[in-house]
Design a protein around this ligand. Structure first.
Ligand code: FAD
Ligand code: 5PR
Length: 379
């Protein structure tokens, strides 16, 4: 099969907007395949936004493919089990039949990808905000500069300007539950007896709906997700209303006290975006720009990374960029669509509270191996 990277006299050029997990992955994967890549980040610094993150087999395989896995494994954690509690009693412990998964801080994952992008020679520009793109392969920056590319990647997140400048049809909605996400010290000794290396998804419906997703990232750092309905003023207050959280989860007091000190905490509702198409001519949308989803299955970044890496595969196999983008969307999008739908359903029904909800369907995206293009780890 013709390889568009090899048949052209000069290297092809990609302009990638957004240095989040999606943009960094796309940039590295393209660069590894011989593309010249410029990665544009709006912020003045390269940094990860948010607290902790789960990656599963699919995302970990992408890290392997882009040469960042070893750095990510060092200083991240796989809990012995994924435990679910209801009203402070354990209802399930899941191990996914050995399917690999991992928890880490967002900063840790982002640093590893930035390091790798620099290593392979991605040109990174900060203070470089994209405001528009066109299907023929141009990216316009806030400064008015117009850059040409054989490929434009819109990886500029849920509020994507690249996407919105091109007029994609979209459905967008936000959830009724939201979450405060924080990184705090583990305080394992102070928590006393208990299986504190597990993920513990602690649900309480009585006397109020409050949930804590307890996620150890490494020996020092703990990711806490504190969920309450947006309509609950105390549960959704930031900085944290310590009293209302300690009352419900007294055994986590040492960690919650640390959490309450964090002035910069935010309460976020979940955004979902669904588009008629992810591509237009030479422009491809990846990550939250294309498919922001509820986090119940912890797959937004995992799918983003799979899709960004898979894009580089199709571009290496097709005769034109336009053909590659449409075959890419056809082959890879259904996995994300199904994951987004089920994640949305789980969030709306608070299904994870029942325990044992990581069914084969729920783990479909996680089981995908983007390198071999097959599902691994039968459930
Ligand atoms: P972003 O992370 O939003 O990155 C976009 C980047 O582009 C940013 O650096 C931004 O500054 C930059 N940018 C924005 N606009 C412009 C512009 N115009 N020009 C240039 N640069 C621009 N996913 C998982 O896989 N596992 C989880 O455990 C998980 N937990 C989650 C928990 C919650 C509560 C939520 C809300 C989401 C969770 N996700 C999880 C989803 C995951 O966070 C996102 O899907 C992922 O971060 C999307 O990455 P992205 O690169 O597409 O977008
Ligand atoms: N899983 C993860 C997560 O971060 C959230 C959820 C599930 C890893 C939210 O923070 O169900 O909301 C969820």
């Amino acid at each position: 099969m013709a390889n568009i990277n090899k048949t052209s006299g000069n290297a092809l050029r990609a302009q990638v907007a957004g240095a989040g997990f999606a943009g960094l992955t796309a940039a590295i994967a393209l660069r590894q395949n011989g593309w010249d890549v410029t990665l544009h980040e709006r912020d003045s610094e390269l940094r990860a936004f948010g607290a902790g993150i789960y990656l599963w087999h699919n995302g970990l395989r992408v890290l392997e493919a882009v040469g960042a896995l070893d750095d990510v494994l060092l200083g991240s954690h796989t809990p012995p089990t994924y435990e679910t509690w209801m009203q402070n009693k354990s209802v399930s412990k899941e191990t996914f039949n050995g399917l690999p998964w991992r928890i880490m801080t967002r900063r840790h994952l982002h640093n590893a990808l930035v390091k790798r992008a620099k290593e392979v020679g991605v040109e990174i520009r900060v203070n470089s905000e994209a405001v528009a793109a066109d299907a023929d392969g141009r990216l316009t920056l806030q400064t008015g500069e117009v850059l040409e590319g054989d490929l434009i990647v819109g990886a500029d997140g849920v509020g994507s300007k690249v996407r919105d400048s091109l007029g994609f049809e979209q459905d967008r909605w936000v959830s009724t539950d939201g979450i405060i996400r924080l990184i705090v010290p583990r305080k394992k000794e102070e928590l006393g007896d208990g299986e504190w290396d597990n993920t513990i998804d602690m649900w309480n419906f009585e006397p109020r709906v409050q949930r804590i997703l307890y996620s150890p990232c490494n020996k020092d750092e703990l990711y806490l997700g504190l969920m309450a309905p947006a309509a609950d003023p105390r549960g959704s207050r930031v900085p944290l209303d310590l009293e209302v959280w300690v009352e419900m989860f007294p055994f986590l007091e040492p960690c919650l006290s640390e959490a309450a000190k964090l002035e910069s905490a935010r309460y976020d509702k979940y955004a979902t975006t669904k588009l008629d198409s992810w591509v237009k001519g030479k422009v491809a949308l990846v990550g939250d720009a294309a498919h922001a989803m509820c986090p119940a299955l912890a797959q937004g970044a995992g799918c983003a990374m799979v899709n960004a890496f898979s894009l580089s595969q199709d571009l290496a196999e097709q005769n034109s960029v336009e053909d590659a983008l449409s075959s890419w969307e056809n082959r890879i999008r259904p996995i994300t669509d199904r994951c987004q739908a089920l994640s949305g359903e789980y969030a709306a029904n608070r299904s994870l509270s029942r325990g044992n909800m990581f069914t084969p369907a729920a783990l479909e995206a996680a089981r995908y191996d983007p390198i071999r293009r097959v599902y691994s780890w039968p459930q």
